[in-house]
Ligand binder design. Sequence first.
Ligand code: XMP
Length: 323
Amino acid sequence: SWTTGNVIEEQVAAIRAQVGDKRAICGLSGGVDSAVAAALVQKAIGSQLTCVYVDHGLMRKNETEQVEKDFVAATGANLKVVDAQERFLDALAGVSDPETKRKIIGREFIRVFEQAQLEILQEEGPEVAFLVQGTLYPDIVESGGGTGTANIKSHHNVGGLPDDIEFELVEPLRQLFKDEVRMVGQELGLPEEIVQRQPFPGPGLGIRIVGEVTKERLDLLREADAIAREELTAAGLDRDIWQCPVVLLADVRSVGVQGDGRTYGHPIVLRPVSSEDAMTADWSRLPYDVLARISTRITNEVADVNRVVLDVTSKPPGTIEWE
Ligand code: XMP
């Protein structure tokens, strides 16, 4: 019968058989799937695994610390953190178009991750032959099945490595659905904040700032988002909503009044949605008192924000994210 204990036991044996005495790399995104995949592989092969986390500066408050501290504490994994915040900010400077932002973030991410892989290969030698991925069963069904190998190309052939290095994929979650992955993660002792995390887009807060992405705007949005998340959690609403994007309309200002005088600040949009699979969604009818607390706190505690608005659009016609 299906138990998380059986799944873990089976996968640990399968990973050991596949990897042998070679070494593996796993990219962590901060999300559930990569964290659980890494924790399983760590349990199977221990220090033969190296995890990589690219800090692009577009994460929400405390998410990077959750990976750097809590994930490592829970698993004992060997983690390489690449601080690429400046690089992403530079690449995004002056860009407002949503698709262009997405392309830049995706491109920079791959470059930084490949560079990290090359460094690990140089440090650890040719025994590094496997790449761990948190592919789930629904991902495989959607893409038509099949296992594969991942290619990385070395752009400048560091240290005389071959031009193309092929990694064999390790995909220990291939037979699991999302809720099963969460159960396995819990059983492996991963922190609640990681295991129960709601969906969050790869491009992060970069696509939740309508307008140009700057360090100041990211910091402001991080504060507003942290308040919204805190209040939703305190109200016990995390399981009721699919996710709640918090969006900064950086190019919009409106007049307000606060304390002694007139303000001219930015609006923050709350986008709480309920959904089964993110293909369609409805706006969540959150209790007014929770919305009121979030609004009061954000306008009081976040400088330059003088208005909080609620998005009451379903998907379609709106998407869940604003960009
Ligand atoms: P939309 O905005 O298209 O979002 O209704 C549907 C779901 O996908 C998430 N999302 C992303 N996830 N990379 C991701 O990993 C992305 O580029 C991306 N864009 C949107 C979004 O948060 C929602 O859950």
